[in-house]
Design a protein around this ligand. Structure first.
Ligand code: AMP
Length: 114
């Protein structure tokens, strides 16, 4: 199967502004930021989307959320708050078929989303 865009970022075949990496996840700045701080946290395992995650992915999914929390804190978002978003499938607005958690912060975000 061909690699997803985000697998190519993990492999350093496509450059990205990486802000965190460990053995399970990678975090990098979104190329089209929707807030002053907009970072994507992705599992290195190519899970296409949250609806296709499996019970055996419990560790990586928990790790991903904890590292999203860490990255948000390190980028100075903890005091004023931030939003984590996972778009799933067509109606969810997903455009890259590799699970990713958006961290959005640095401005007040409206609700509900469009
Ligand atoms: P989604 O619409 O939830 O699938 O989010 C995909 C995100 O990936 C969008 O916010 C894009 O701006 C972002 N994106 C696409 N290509 C790149 C890239 N090469 N580097 C960083 N972010 C990207």
């Amino acid at each position: 199967m061909s690699q997803t865009l985000f697998e190519k970022i993990i492999a350093r075949e496509i450059s990205a502004d990486i802000v965190y990496e460990d053995n399970l996840v990678l975090a990098f700045r979104d190329i089209n930021p929707q807030a002053p701080t907009h970072v994507l946290v992705i599992p290195k395992k190519p899970i296409p989307r949250i609806s296709e995650a499996e019970e055996s992915d419990q560790e990586v999914l928990g790790h991903l959320l904890l590292k999203a929390r860490l990255v948000a804190k390190e980028l100075g978002l903890a005091k004023n708050g931030f939003r984590l978003v996972i778009n799933n499938g067509y109606d969810g607005g997903e455009s890259v078929p590799h699970l990713h958690c958006h961290i959005l912060g640095g401005r007040a975000l409206s609700w509900p989303p469009g």
